[in-house]
Ligand binder design. Structure first.
Ligand code: PNS
Length: 179
């Protein structure tokens, strides 16, 4: 039996967007298994916990052949070795992504020459999309449908929901009434 071709698709995914989903679909057409790996120790401060991010990804990739989600800490190449990945997938949206991705790819290759780095381009409609922008829009009550999978949209709404205004306790406190 031939060895399954395994790709590791890492990122912060805070949160997972439709651009990420587009890349996961493209990777799944090329590899037998695609493991989407949420980095726990990203330098960025995150809105969602790694567990919340994995749960949102799992719901979003339901039905996608060979795809799964995990979270990892430590070096990406160690995660790649652990899961037996032959390739690391990264997305390239625009030239501005290239410099950082190139540095990271060469460092990862130096750390683990046995793992290939593969860049995939998302569909053109997602080239401007990133998780930071999505959070910014959602934080201010803007519409993010079509930019993120349905569960992510729901979780963002919950995160940024204004504090309950109709609680009786809150209104009693505001009016100074007892009971
Ligand atoms: O979605 P992001 O934030 O661009 O993903 C960056 C990520 C998580 C892939 C990168 O920071 C990473 O690989 N972190 C794990 C630690 C590591 O291996 N760092 C060295 C990379 S050269």
């Amino acid at each position: 039996m031939t060895k399954p071709r395994v790709a590791l698709f890492p990122g912060s995914f805070d949160p997972f967007t439709n651009g990420h989903l587009d890349l996961a679909r493209r990777a799944s057409a090329l590899f037998d298994e695609v493991v989407i790996a949420v980095a726990e120790n990203s330098a960025k401060s995150s809105l969602f916990t790694p567990q919340e991010r994995v749960a949102m990804i799992e719901a979003s990739i339901r039905g996608l052949k060979g795809a799964s989600a995990i979270h990892f800490s430590g070096l990406l190449v160690d995660c790649a070795r652990r899961i037996g990945a032959q390739a690391i997938i990264r997305g390239l949206r625009a030239v501005s992504d290239f410099e950082f991705e190139f540095q990271m790819a060469l460092m990862n290759r130096r750390l683990e020459p046995g793992v290939e780095i593969a860049f995939l381009m998302p569909s053109q409609e997602f080239t401007y999309l990133n998780s930071t922008l999505v959070k910014e829009v959602a934080r201010h009550g803007g519409k993010v449908s079509g930019l993120v999978p349905p569960l992510v949209e729901k979780r963002l709404r919950e995160k940024f929901a204004p504090p309950a205004t109709n609680s009786r306790a809150a209104s009693r406190k505001a009016t100074g009434k007892a009971g």
